[in-house]
Every structure is written in structure tokens, then in C-alpha cells.
Ligand binder design. Structure first.
Ligand code: GLN
Length: 232
């Protein structure tokens, strides 16, 4: 069922690099689970997406300041965020994990983080989580705005461990990054499309309606499989 007939343009913030959810192909076009879901839904519901790859934290701020209408960025639905965002129905279940360099034999659990440096991306669930446990395990935290910087720092020895969403860690491992996950997945939660609380309600309705249709037609499964079939 189409919610709205007129073809309206919506600015949608997304992350810079958060593969397999959003990343650039060789021609510089944005692809990934989030992008394909959003574009397919937009086609079915007859709206146009003006994608703004701002980065995660910048997207959060751009939604709140009204610079963009919505965001899709592997964004976890949390109670805290529900105070300032309205979320669509969930389209994925994520969670976070610690990872260390593939050659690291020293860090086998959180207990080995004493005196170490842990890196995270600003404004994420991971950043929140390490903040909660840093005193208990005695490590210090470095924050980066982009995933590129976060994943580089572990290669150049600028940090001993990172925390990020586990599908992103797994994807980068399948793409040849020397990384390994350590410990259990924490903070499992839904990913959803988000708007500033109380605004763009029609857009959320269209997203939900489109998502429902993609699940019925199995196009949803096709998109997920396309980007995750090689990962563990
Ligand atoms: N799922 C995490 C969060 O919402 C990370 C999202 C991201 O880095 N794009 O905080």
C-alpha cells in the first residue's frame, strides 16, 4: 500500500563508511544494506532520497538540527535516543564487539585491557559502552569520527583494541583486514531508520510500509544476502 502519491525529496544522512551497511563502490557510489533497503523502499513508496554521507555523529546532529529529514546508518535503537528520535520498525539486529589486531596474542579478554588504549567511534553505542567499563578494566579511550580512522589506528599501533558493531568487524575481516574479535557480543539491539522526534512521520510510515513489502517479497533477504553471504 502506498502511503503518499506525490514524489517528495527527503534528505537522509548516513555514515561515511560502515560496510556492509553503507560504503562506496569503485565508482564512488554509495551501496550497502542500508542504501539498498532505502532506495528500494523509496521506489516502492514513490519518494526520492537525497543521500548525505555525513558520518555517524554528524548525521545524528544533522537530524536534530533539521538539516536532514532522517538518517539510516546502522543506527541502534536505544532508550536514550528514543527521547530525541522516532524510529522505524527494525530492519536488522546488531551488537558490539571488541577486536584486536590479528597478530595480538596478549589481549584475550577484557581483563587484559589494564593500561591499554581502546579506540571507538564518537557518538556510538560502542563509545557509550567503553565509557561504562573503562574504570573497571583500567583502560583509556580514544575517539575517532570515522571508521577509516578507527580501523587504521589499530594497524599503526595507536590503540590496542577497538569496539565496534560486530557485523562491521566481521565484514572487514572477510575483506582481508588483520583483525580478530575478542569476547562476547554485547548490547544487542535493533537497527532502524530514524527521524527527529515528532517530525517527518509520513516518511517513517512509508519506510515501514516499504520494509513490510520487501519482507513479503523476499527482496529484503536478497539485500541482506548480497552483502553478508561471505561473512561469518
Ligand atoms: N550501531 C551503532 C550505533 O548506533 C554504530 C552506528 C555507526 O557507527 N554507524 O551507535
Amino acid at each position: 500500500q502506498k502511503i503518499h502519491a506525490e514524489n517528495k525529496v527527503y534528505k537522509v544522512g548516513t555514515d561515511l563508511t560502515f560496510a556492509p551497511f553503507e560504503f562506496q563502490n569503485d565508482s564512488g557510489e554509495y551501496i550497502g544494506i542500508d542504501i539498498d533497503l532505502l532506495n528500494t523502499i523509496a521506489k516502492k513508496q514513490n519518494f526520492t532520497v537525497d543521500l548525505k554521507p555525513l558520518g555517524f555523529n554528524s548525521s545524528v546532529q544533522a537530524v536534530q538540527s533539521g538539516q536532514v529529514n532522517a538518517m539510516i546508518a546502522g543506527m541502534s535503537v536505544t532508550e536514550e535516543r528514543k527521547k530525541s528520535f522516532d524510529f522505524s520498525n527494525p530492519y536488522f539486529i546488531g551488537g558490539i564487539s571488541m577486536a584486536v589486531h590479528g597478530d595480538n596474542t596478549e589481549i584475550k579478554s577484557y581483563d587484559d585491557l589494564k593500561g591499554k588504549v581502546v579506540a571507538v567511534k564518537t557518538g556510538t553505542v560502542s563509545a557509550n559502552y567503553v565509557d561504562k567499563i573503562k574504570d573497571k578494566y583500567g583502560f583509556t579511550v580514544k575517539s575517532y569520527d570515522s571508521a577509516d580512522a578507527l580501523y587504521d589506528v589499530i594497524n599503526v599501533g595507536g590503540a590496542d583494541a577497538i569496539f565496534d558493531d560486530y557485523p562491521i568487524i566481521d565484514y572487514s575481516i572477510t575483506k582481508g583486514k588483520s583483525l580478530k574479535r575478542v569476547g562476547d557480543i554485547q548490547e544487542r539491539c535493533d537497527y532502524a531508520f530514524a527521524v527527529k522526534k515528532g517530525t517527518n512521520q509520513e516518511l517513517v510510515k512509508m519506510f515501514n510500509e516499504g520494509l513490510k513489502e520487501l519482507k513479503q517479497t523476499k527482496e529484503y533477504d536478497g539485500i541482506i544476502a548480497k552483502y553478508t553471504s561471505n561473512s561469518s
